[in-house]
Design a protein around this ligand. Sequence first.
Ligand SMILES: Cc1cc2nc3c(=O)[nH]c(=O)nc-3n(C[C@H](O)[C@H](O)[C@H](O)COP(=O)(O)OP(=O)(O)OC[C@H]3O[C@@H](n4cnc5c(N)ncnc54)[C@H](O)[C@@H]3O)c2cc1C
Length: 388
Amino acid sequence: MQPEFVIVGAGIIGSSIAYHLAKRGAKNILVLERDAASDPRATAPDLNVRASYARATGGFRVQYGTLVNVRLSMMARSELLEFESLTGMDAGYEPCGYLFLAQDATQLEQLQQALAVQRSAGLEVSSIVTPQEIHALNPYLSLEGIAGGSYCPWDGFVRPLAMRRGYQQAAEALGVQFKFGCDVTLERSANGVQVACDGSRLSSNAVLNAAGAWAAELMRGAKLELPVTPVKRQIAATVPTQVLPSDMPMSIFAGDGFHLRVRDGRVLLLMPFDFAAQNLTYDPAWLPALLSRTHARVPALRDVPIETGWAGLYEVSPDGHALLGAHWDAPNLFLANGSSGHGVMHSPALGKLLSEIVLDGRAHSLDVHSLRPERFLEGQPIVGNSLL
Ligand SMILES: Cc1cc2nc3c(=O)[nH]c(=O)nc-3n(C[C@H](O)[C@H](O)[C@H](O)COP(=O)(O)OP(=O)(O)OC[C@H]3O[C@@H](n4cnc5c(N)ncnc54)[C@H](O)[C@@H]3O)c2cc1C
């Protein structure tokens, strides 16, 4: 029997879509994942898994500078609060806060503008904070050159592996079939696209692209365009240390994106960097720039060595926002791509919204017109606050 719905990619968004489709009563759903190492039982980072969710920091934030991103996060948070009762897994949501740090008056003004957007989306708990308040929230940061910041106590951390596993086990309980070790290619067909895998072809009513940073590569087989680009991001992890507390807020220097958190007894350090290659190989060339910022901004880390690090891929769209909905040129192909580094935290919302689009022809939990995939062809990208 041909499946009615084929989801390509059992990452965090594909698993969320599978769960939400099945929860709505959809039957005959198949999820195809190429990485056999995407073991549903994994709960610790597994670098044999290429998927970005397995390499992510686990940050969750509602503080954004566009209405649609704030609303996606608020919607996701509602599901995170009841995640365990829905899926049987604890998503590990810990609202330790995100602290954005402005290094000049212009950046502070941008944080203020973002706050106004958050208010108009109905978020009341975020606020602008003074350097003194920053010190109270995170006394481990040097305040040199800090003009102020913003803070939201709903922001914090989640456990990406536990979330993905929760979605998979809840979807399976509702009858969804997951198949690992299937490297999928797409081909054109009469109603849009069909899936080819392991020498066989599957014609289904709906094909859902949840292939993360490889979403555009997947579509090339069907000669379809998708403006989603893989961009390398790295994490450096210190040796186990207690110099910073585990509930320290995620602290982000808004100007250059340097940020840090504590996870499982290590400090994780991140920073955008112009890497020579967009692949999964860890590149130590960024360490001098990373460490000079670390030592100047977090003096407590001056004597704490880096023990390990890894690379992963962001799935970046031209305006930094997700593409959600049917493909303009292939009616049975649906996209949940281009989250641009926010796909773990937005996966609860994107999975639910795409299931509504597929089953009902439109999303009704949230107005996601601005995320329509064809907005770039129409010359109407989302214009937002470049800082966050
Ligand atoms: C270093 C780093 C830190 C990050 N930190 C955060 C964070 O703090 N918070 C946050 O929200 N997000 C974060 N992200 C981003 C987040 O990981 C992604 O946005 C998210 O994982 C996207 O989900 P996805 O399901 O679309 O993609 P993925 O998680 O990458 O899953 C896609 C799946 O599709 C499979 N696939 C691809 N092509 C095929 C094919 N042809 N056939 C079959 N299967 C295929 C892949 O193997 C993979 O399993 C981070 C990313 C990186 C790299």
